[in-house]
Design a protein around this ligand. Structure first.
Ligand code: AMP
Length: 644
């Protein structure tokens, strides 16, 4: 297949020179064979050069594209019940920004629920909503649900396809071998009206767009689609690892969506390598693999007994230390593709331990609401990763976020409906003023607000981003943290990022003794007065799964280091006001965080999208953690604080 010869010119024309206001979607696309509906340029995804050219055009013409995106969304949807109420028949962008409020999920939830219960989807979207995507964020204990349309699938496909030329630009020869991507689906549910409700990745993996993805027909991926689409996550994991091991010499890259999922796969391998080796040795897949699709494809991959291969894998896996195991089992691997930004950053050192120094690549930033940005420098260190928002994905706005100040009033505009884990105050909606994508300032923090093609208007995603630079005219953002994840006892407010920084400093102390912090979360314990921060830590000795012997002095030092690393409001409360008690670390037994994940998954979280919450408020999750506490330690000295 060759690139559409006029695609780039067409893109340029569509994005940069056409200033006519489209009356409808057809008019926008009529007469342009290289433009799909919804501002999606059409090109051959196998053509790297064409892909790079599209990225250049998109990032050069940000302002025009964003204006066109907003025009198109308004033009399509002005007559929906939701927008009609604000726009009163007008199609004007300024009226839109003046009258349509910036909203949280709670504001749109009634509309989503109406659709879930059988109301017509055109109460919010002119395009039919064909399914609801369940997000990892929750509302009232239930997953949030985001609308999705048929066209949305093409938008995601367009986005995924653009990741390919970026990777090929930095890593040579990826077409000379395979990718071992461990991907999973989750069972779907139906809403009362019969709409499918499922996580965004399950929706995507089950689509034809995924199954016909570029190169799939050439068996470039070690996991056959049947193993990815198997709804039994244990069988899926087992079969994907088996296929990956059998094809180990061909594998050039490994990965999963999030770092946590990849580490879960390593843990699974630790627990199951003997059985996997036995299957490879005999050429016969274990009888408990009963999913017919999986059995069939895995038997084909296994093909025949491979005793030498089994010996080799057994030799590596039976080594006392699993340091560098990825490089040993898949020796040609060039990088590990997993998201290691945001709350995933805490996995970096564990991944580095297992990877033997392979680059960790976070390719993209996306959500159930919308796919947002691409990392144009995929080989940059996890701490330096920035994402460039792709301007034809949605209309982006930004709420400036103030950094914390000394008096404890912080994130002046980083507020929201106070939900389970959110201690931030809600400000009046009238106070909220956004800036556009082209107007964000270097070094500033913002909360992302999106207007999507699928029925979300000026919706607060809840992510705080910082502007780190520009690619052409497109701003690049570092993911800072998710808005609602905070700890608070008094006037202190600790964000996910604050906590990560403090824990990162403290874990260095145990790492130097050969102990890895493999998971953590936190809890504001107010059952005693004053309340105090509790950290749950799962620790392991490097090279095995055993809980290490812990020196109380060292662990108390970890508690103090966390406190010293927290912000000055925390330290003031703790030292001067005595309104916060000594920080506590509760060490939990091995496997606790797996149990926590199982619990969250049972409550509706998806395995693929699961991210350990860095803070819990109360309830069943805390019970799960508390029932597995092995030992606990308290900070023995108040942290340093002085008025500045
Ligand atoms: P979900 O809707 O469940 O897929 O969750 C989407 C959220 O995951 C985003 O709003 C972010 O908070 C987080 N997320 C997604 N991609 C990244 C990334 N590359 N880095 C950090 N956080 C991310």
């Amino acid at each position: 297949m060759r690139a559409c010869p006029i695609s780039c010119t067409a893109v340029k024309q569509q994005f940069s020179t056409c200033s006519r206001k489209p009356k409808d979607v057809n008019q926008m696309t009529r007469g342009n064979p290289c433009q799909l509906p919804g501002m999606l340029p059409n090109y051959d995804p196998n053509d790297n050069e064409a892909g790079m050219k599209i990225l250049e055009d998109l990032t050069e013409n940000v302002e025009q594209i964003q204006q066109r995106v907003l025009e198109e969304i308004i033009t399509r949807n002005a007559r929906t019940d939701y927008l009609k109420g604000f726009l009163d028949g007008q199609f004007d962008k300024q009226v839109f920004k003046k009258t349509v409020p910036v909203v949280n999920y709670e504001d749109i939830k009634p509309y989503i629920e109406r659709i879930a219960n059988g109301d017509s989807s055109n109460i919010i979207s002119a395009e039919p909503i064909i399914e609801l995507l369940t997000s990892s964020g929750t509302s009232g204990g239930q997953p949030k649900m985001m609308p999705s349309t048929a066209e949305d699938l093409h938008r995601k496909t367009f986005f995924y396809n653009l990741l390919v030329p970026v990777m090929n630009k930095y890593v040579d020869g990826l077409d000379e071998g395979k990718a071992m991507y461990l991907l999973f689906v989750k069972p779907e549910t139906k809403t009362p009206s019969g709409l499918m409700a499922r996580p965004v990745l399950t929706s995507y993996y089950k689509s034809n767009n995924f199954q016909n993805r570029p190169f799939n027909r050439f068996n470039v991926f070690t996991s056959p689609d049947e193993t990815i689409l198997c709804s039994d996550s244990k069988q899926s994991m087992y079969c994907q690892l088996l296929c990956g091991l059998v094809q180990r010499q061909e594998v050039l890259r490994v990965g999963a969506v999030f770092a946590s999922a990849f580490l879960r796969a390593i843990k699974f391998l630790e627990d199951n390598w003997k059985e996997l080796c036995s299957n490879i040795r005999t050429g016969h897949v274990s009888d408990w693999i009963t999913d017919p699709g999986c059995r069939k494809v895995v038997s084909l991959v296994l093909n025949k007994p491979k005793p030498e291969l089994a010996d080799l894998i057994e030799h590596e896996c039976s080594s006392k230390s699993w340091e560098g195991i990825i490089k040993k089992l898949w020796p040609r691997t060039k990088y590990i593709e997993v998201i290691v930004t945001g709350s995933m950053a805490q996995y970096v050192s564990t991944l580095e331990y297992y990877s033997g120094g392979l680059p960790l690549v976070s390719t993209m930033y996306a959500s159930s609401e919308c796919y947002f940005g691409i990392n144009f420098k995929p080989l940059s260190k996890p701490w330096d990763v920035s994402y460039t928002l792709i301007p034809n994905m949605a209309y982006f706005e930004f709420l400036p976020v103030k950094e914390k100040n000394e008096d404890g009033a912080q994130y002046v505009q980083c507020n929201g409906v106070c939900k389970e884990n959110c201690m931030e105050k809600e400000t009046e909606k009238e106070d909220v003023e956004t800036v556009e994508l082209v107007d964000v300032k270097l070094g500033q923090y913002y909360e992302l607000v999106v207007t999507t093609f699928t029925g979300l208007y000026r919706y607060r995603v809840g992510d705080i981003l910082m502007v780190t630079g520009f690619h052409n005219k497109a701003p690049q953002f570092r993911f800072v943290h998710r808005r609602n994840v905070v700890l608070s006892i008094d006037t202190d407010k600790t964000s996910e990022e604050d906590l990560l920084k403090a824990v990162t400093k403290a874990k260095v102390i145990v790492e130097s003794l050969g102990i890895l912090l493999i998971e953590y979360t936190s809890y504001a314990d107010t059952s005693s007065i004053p309340g105090h921060y509790v950290l749950f830590w799962e620790l392991t000795s490097k090279g095995n799964n055993h809980l290490p012997v812990l020196d109380p002095k060292i662990m108390e030092q970890c508690c103090s280091t966390v406190e010293e690393s927290l912000d000055s409001v925390y330290r003031r409360c703790r030292r001067k006001d005595n309104s916060i008690g000594p920080l506590e670390i509760r060490v939990v037994q091995h496997g606790t965080f797996d149990a926590l994940m199982d619990f969250c998954v049972s409550q509706g979280s998806s395995v693929n999208q699961y991210k350990t919450p860095r803070c819990f408020k109360s309830g069943e999750a805390i019970n799960i953690l508390d029932s597995r506490v092995v030992t606990r330690f308290f900070s023995q000295k108040a942290p340093f604080w002085e008025l500045v």
